[in-house]
Write a protein that binds this ligand. Structure first.
Ligand code: 5AD
Ligand code: SF4
Length: 464
């Protein structure tokens, strides 16, 4: 009998960029003959793909790394790797060497294409193998990848961030902006769409900078227009935007398109111009509100969402009131709200020592902001009752298996009752909205699933 294949397990923290990196790691491991494990318990190789954006995400990952010590003691052949943004932070490597000597390998986001070679080094060397690059050099194209189940695919378009918001660790961990070439992106999307991925999300820390570094220079509107031409792409989405580079041409492109999502995520971070200046966001409150007004005018059905940080060093009660006021004015469908988390090496970290907002105050501000936003989210969702839309069925709801968990093109969660015996997973179905809560809509199916545009991803696999 042949020896069983080794198994891998990847635990991913943080953003979609990290999820995409994990797919590439998985693809490389499968090319080496690894199979996916059910969980850490039956894995021979575990990767912890870390996120450094806030201390809480980092603490979770490091807590998990700590837990794996017992597993490694019980199964010494187990290999453990740490990758992702934390690996690229100053201090992590010495911390791991001191407190997590059961880790075999540390690598970063710039050299994940070297995973096969790094694994060989782990076998050959007795010490922890550490190989973290400061910058990526050429973008590595055509890496193998094991895509997540379903018909939604992430496609990287730009790596890194040059904005240097003063609270943010990303420019330090992910490095300088580097766009992929447009033909490479279109080729990847075309092949994905032909396989059956009808829901494509273009990824970058700041997608609105796309193409500025290319020769000749391009922008996101050019790219969206090119990708939209791929016939089998049904939905085209993009993450994450920066308000500063969200151009009128981009707004026009989105408004004119039925494929490009009308979900516009525009992280504001604060409603106070004074705080925005200290954050180095490069726009004022009025400029932001002006942009929102343009978006609303050109795209009347836009679903607007944002990210907001409370408790930035020196944020006064008035600054915070200005944020609440902006939220009331814009009426976002949803907001991701965070308490400021000091990150070592960032400018704001030094100000936190001098002008910290007291912990209690930070929490109170977060609560007030969330309470306001939840009321707005509910009202926004209620306005959907009676309207029709097309949603992608993601699978049975985890909370109630008699209900399909679906997603709209604008990224709203929509719950639809399941008819027994009817398989709709990964299909697009027309629905009418019947109910609304803060975080989701309820709806009923009002027609047949839309025809599959291409590929074999939805043909049910035979039961063996
Ligand atoms: N503290 C709190 N929130 C942060 N974010 C980024 N850095 C920090 C930090 N140091 C938030 C921002 C960003 C989102 C991805 O995470 O709101 O838009
Ligand atoms: Fe961080 Fe600002 Fe870049 Fe976003 S735009 S990744 S918040 S530095």
């Amino acid at each position: 009998m042949a020896a069983p294949s080794p198994r891998y397990f990847i635990r991913t923290y943080g953003c979609q960029m990290n999820e995409r990196d994990s797919e590439i790691m998985a693809g490389q491991l499968e090319e080496l003959g690894y199979e996916r494990a059910h969980g850490a318990d039956d894995a021979d190789f575990i990767v912890i793909n870390t996120c450094a954006v806030r201390a809480s995400a980092e603490a979770h990952a490091f807590g998990y790394i700590g837990q794996l010590k017992a597993m490694k003691d019980a199964r010494p052949h187990l290999k453990i790797a740490v990758s992702g943004c934390s690996a690229q932070e100053p201090g992590t490597i010495s911390y791991l060497k001191k407190h997590a000597s059961h880790v075999d390998l540390v690598f970063g986001t710039h050299n994940l294409h070297q995973l096969p070679m790094l694994l060989e080094r782990v076998d050959a060397e007795r010490e922890m193998v550490v190989d973290v690059w400061k910058a990526s050099g050429e973008v590595a194209e055509n890496l193998p990848s094991r895509r997540a189940e379903g018909v939604a695919a992430f496609v990287n378009i730009i790596y890194g961030c040059d904005k240097f918001c003063t609270y943010c660790i990303v420019p330090f961990t992910r490095g300088r902006e580097q766009s992929r070439r447009l033909p490479d992106i279109v080729a990847e999307v075309t092949s994905l769409a032909q396989e059956g991925f009808e829901d494509v999300t273009l990824l970058g820390q700041n997608v609105n900078s796309y193409g500025h570094d290319l020769e000749p220079a391009l922008d996101l509107a050019d790219l969206l227009r090119a990708v939209e031409e791929v016939p089998q792409v049904r939905w085209l989405r993009y993450l994450t935007s920066h308000p500063r580079d969200f151009s009128p041409r981009l707004i026009e492109t989105i408004a004119a398109s039925t494929k490009i999502t009308h979900h516009v995520h525009l992280p504001v971070q604060s409603g106070s111009s004074a705080v925005l200046r200290k954050m180095n966001r490069k726009y004022t409150r009025d400029q932001y509100l002006n942009l929102i007004a343009q978006v609303k005018k050109a795209i009347p059905d836009a679903v607007l969402t944002t990210d907001i940080i409370v408790g930035f060093p020196g944020e006064t009660a008035e600054d915070f009131e200005a944020t609440l006021d902006l939220v009331r004015q814009v009426e976002y469908d949803a907001a991701f709200t965070f308490i400021y988390s000091p990150r070592e090496g960032t400018p704001a970290n030094r100000w936190e020592g001098r002008w910290p907002v007291p912990e209690m105050e930070k929490k109170e501000r977060l609560n007030r902001l969330m309470e306001l936003q939840y009321a707005i989210s509910l009202a926004k969702n209620q306005a959907w009752i009676g309207r029709t839309d097309v949603v992608l069925v993601e699978g049975p709801s985890r909370k109630d298996p008699d209900v399909w968990a679906c997603r709209s093109q604008t990224n709203k969660v929509v719950l639809v009752p399941r008819e027994p015996g009817v398989e709709l997973k990964n299909r697009f179905i027309p629905v009418r909205v019947t109910g609304a809560r803060t975080f989701f809509l309820s709806a009923e199916q009002v027609g047949d699933p839309l025809p599959i545009l291409a590929g074999t991803r939805r043909v049910p696999l035979p039961v063996l």
